[in-house]
Design a protein around this ligand. Structure first.
Ligand SMILES: Nc1ncnc2c1ncn2[C@@H]1O[C@H](COP(=O)(O)OP(=O)(O)O)[C@@H](O)[C@H]1O
Ligand SMILES: N[C@@H](CCC(=O)OP(=O)(O)O)C(=O)O
Length: 388
């Protein structure tokens, strides 16, 4: 029975056409630190083979978007750094040097197969602001349409501490949603999710995760022994959860098993999809945007926004906090200070105090028709569901 389930699951993996593959720093570097050209080549060998497969027999091959970490790790040795620095400025310097080396390495490696790559660097803004989001989607789609393989990383050199993704696992989940992928493959230095820290004897690999209940009681630890990774298993499981909830199944396994995983063979941990594909952008708003401020809603407005999914009008606002401009992501809170939703706000923070508690009709009459608009439109609003 279990075996039957397992093989059915992996059929879905084998049939996936558009795939996002994420590889972590620890799988791309040598023990001594620095980029490991052999490991890059080994990954590229696997991906090139997958790209050559004919999925339906009709000549429509697979498409891969690679989310690759490793910029900071690759920049350490050339800058004479012995380990990953703690401060943002030196991390950014290392990323700046390392990203060029990383992409140069991939370019040369894919050229062995006559394939071109394109570098795509994203920030959290690109994932939540409408125009940026549309742009990122268009570029990725276009690269794929032209047969080039996009290599995505966070734009480390411009990100500040506050707005950083910080880990590429979550970025990969959001990219999978952005390109409407059929599958997300997270590659690490460990061959799956274990029911405890795998360095502890007696722990075993979890074969599949059908939903949050399967994760209850699992001890999920931080980064491994290599010291170059960032998030450890926590961010991978969180990423898998985001992708699965957005309708994208996930395989989590080691880089050395990438070939097997991509062929649908039974390896790693498989996360079933738990939700349906959600409306564009809103996933990003919930998981990637960093709110620039907060609006406190009265009880009626909380009910309207959360239960009836209406737009937020000035009449329902009780207080405003933070410095934001129109178009920024803000948090919507209840009177107890709990975050209930996120949205893209239509006014600057300094405009809001005089709108508070007023009806749009009054505001239009007094201040002009430009004020007859929602503070957050329902299409730009995502209700936050608490994990159980
Ligand atoms: N429950 C767990 N299952 C698997 N790995 C775990 C678990 N808890 C902690 N880890 C550690 O997480 C590490 C992977 O995270 P990390 O080093 O950040 O990888 P990457 O660089 O690939 O993103 C593994 O090497 C492992 O030691
Ligand atoms: N943008 C950073 C990636 C940080 C990161 O997520 O690393 P990892 O945990 O190894 O996937 C870099 O390229 O070094």
């Amino acid at each position: 029975m279990a075996e039957q389930d397992g093989s059915a699951v992996r059929d879905e993996v084998a049939a996936a056409r558009r795939i996002v593959v994420k590889i972590g720093s620890s799988s791309l570097t040598t023990a001594a630190g620095g980029l490991d050209a052999d490991r890059v080549d080994a990954l590229v060998d696997v991906l090139a083979k997958v790209l050559d497969r004919d999925v339906s027999g009709a000549g429509d091959g697979k498409e891969i978007v690679l989310v690759s970490s490793g910029a900071i790790a690759a920049g350490l040795a050339p800058l004479g750094l012995e380990r990953r620095p703690r401060d943002l400025a030196r991390q950014q310097a290392a990323a700046s040097v390392g990203q060029g080396l990383l992409v140069a390495r991939y370019t040369a490696s894919f050229a062995r197969y006559g394939r071109r790559v394109g570098q795509v660097l994203l920030t959290t803004d690109d994932t939540s602001r409408r125009a940026h989001y549309r742009n990122a989607t268009r570029t990725l789609d276009q690269l794929l349409a032209m047969g080039a393989l996009p290599i995505v990383n966070e734009n480390d050199t411009v990100a500040t501490d506050e707005i950083r993704f910080g880990d590429n696992d979550r970025l990969a989940a959001l990219v999978a949603h952005l390109v409407r992928a059929d599958l997300l493959v997270l590659l690490s230095d460990v061959d799956g999710l274990y029911d405890g820290d795998p360095r502890t004897p007696g722990t075993s690999r979890i074969d599949e995760v059908k939903g949050p209940k399967d994760l209850a009681g699992v001890t999920i630890g931080s980064a491994g022994r290599s010291g170059v990774g960032t998030g450890g298993m926590v961010t991978k499981v969180e990423a898998a959860r985001i992708a699965a909830a957005a309708g994208v199944p996930v395989v989590l396994t080691s880089a050395s098993r990438a070939g097997d995983a991509l062929l649908g063979r039974h390896t790693g941990t498989y996360f079933h999809r738990t939700g349906r594909r959600s409306a564009d952008r809103l996933l990003w708003l919930a998981h990637a945007s960093e709110p620039r401020g907060a609006l406190t809603l009265d009880d009626g407005a909380v009910r309207a926004v959360v239960e009836r999914r209406t737009s937020l009008l000035p009449a329902g606002i009780a207080a405003v906090e933070g410095e934001f401009t129109a178009g920024d992501p803000v948090e919507l809170r209840d009177t107890e200070g709990r975050a209930v939703a996120r949205g893209l706000v239509n006014f600057d923070a300094k405009e809001i105090p005089r709108l508070i508690g007023r009806s749009t009709r009054d505001l239009a009459r007094e201040l002009g028709p430009a004020y007859e608009r929602e503070v957050v439109h329902r299409d730009d609003l995502v209700v936050l569901h608490r994990h159980g």
